[in-house]
Design a protein around this ligand. Structure first.
Ligand code: UFG
Length: 337
């Protein structure tokens, strides 16, 4: 079975590509490398000892995508490609709508044209907006607070319409909570360009001395220690959920949505303490104002994925921090050495 992986050079897509190859799937990766590096593709080949085709193609290039769909016989698509920075999406909404939504539309058109019926889509817990309560269930009401979140929400709706219009289409929408960690080998990991927006890459850059201190956004949330709580999930657990979703689509029609989280929330200070333990350093930090648009507490109820996919996250917070740190230490400048 050959799987088309869009965004396969990026953080989650690259780990998913490894997991697919190790589970006996054949893989073709398309990625425009706008926010990732070709080196990750080389690393995957080196780590797995397996070869696969890589095409540097933009999903908006429908002719190039058509050629790829003509060349291979895909049994499913895993769609990771997309812009993902919340702040940037507020500054350049049209780019986000164009890239994320039009890219997905082109991809779906090609799937229909070439009779490819299974799709696993990377959504985000951001579609719950300000959740009514925690833990968050898939049936909760949906909303978005920024253009990035709206692209995820709109794509989810587009996919539901597509499945309604075409009963042979099978779609798994996976809502990620906060993916962190890295491949345990230290060969693959998150490689943000410029100053990181997200907590873990920022902390590891502080720990390695590239940033002076962590700014903790808000110490007055209604949480145990006042700092924001999130459901951090190891990227290796996350990508295992994708394999389970693919297996699920073999047997089930229609569209189904799953939370991929651990079900446990940790505060920013708990994360900092865990990094202190793992690195043997004291991460300097300062508590500052809340970041606009942030919510206080967000964690999943992952029971649906457990029940229907037979999947649950297994790795501990310590393993997540250790693997993130291992990646940072082995690759202080990311993939560009
Ligand atoms: N935080 C800090 N300092 C930083 C960065 C983050 O204190 O320098 C805090 C945030 O306030 C939050 C927590 O660390 O409490 C996690 O923040 P991230 O930026 O790592 O992650 P978010 O939960 O804000 O965002 C993530 C994804 C988004 C997605 C969102 C909701 O990055 O793509 O989850 O699913 F939209």
């Amino acid at each position: 079975m050959t799987i088309l992986v869009t965004g396969g050079a990026g953080f989650i897509g690259s780990h998913a590509t490894v997991e697919l190859l190790e589970n006996g799937y054949k893989v073709v990766v398309v990625d425009n490398l706008s926010n990732s590096q070709k080196a990750s593709i080389d690393r995957i080949k080196e780590m797995t000892g397996k070869d696969f085709a890589f095409h540097q193609v933009d999903l908006l290039d429908s002719q190039a995508l058509d050629d790829i769909f003509s060349k291979y016989d895909f049994s499913a698509v895993m769609h990771f490609a997309g812009y993902k920075a919340v702040g940037q999406s507020v500054e350049m909404p049209l780019s986000y709508y164009h890239n994320n939504i039009s890219g997905t539309l082109t991809l779906c058109e090609m799937m229909l044209k070439h009779n490819v019926q299974k799709l696993v889509f990377s959504s985000s817990a951001t579609v719950y907006g300000l959740p009514e309560r925690v833990p968050i269930e898939e049936s909760f009401s949906l909303s978005a607070t920024n253009p990035y979140g709206r692209t995820k929400l709109m794509i989810e709706e587009i996919l539901r319409d597509l499945a309604l219009s075409n009963p042979s289409i099978r779609i798994a929408i996976l809502r990620y909570f906060n993916p962190i960690g890295a491949h345990p080998s230290g060969k693959l990991g998150e490689d943000p360009r410029g100053i990181p927006n997200n907590l873990i890459p920022y902390i590891t850059q502080v720990a390695i001395g590239k940033q002076p201190e962590l700014k903790i956004f808000g110490g007055d949330y209604e949480t145990n220690d006042g700092t924001g709580v999130r459901d951090y999930i190891h990227v290796m657990d996350l990508v295992k959920g994708h394999i389970k979703a693919l297996e699920y689509l073999e047997k089930h029609e229609g569209v189904e949505t799953f939370n991929l989280g651990t079900g446990t929330g940790y505060s920013v200070l708990e994360i900092v303490n865990s990094f202190n333990d793992v690195t043997g350093k004291q991460i300097p930090y300062q508590i500052t104002d809340r970041r606009p648009g942030d919510i206080g507490v967000c964690y999943a109820n992952p029971e649906k994925a457990k029940k229907l996919l037979g999947w649950q996250a297994e790795k501990s917070l310590k393993e997540m921090c250790r693997d993130s740190w291992n990646w940072q230490v082995q690759n202080p400048d990311g993939f560009t050495q």
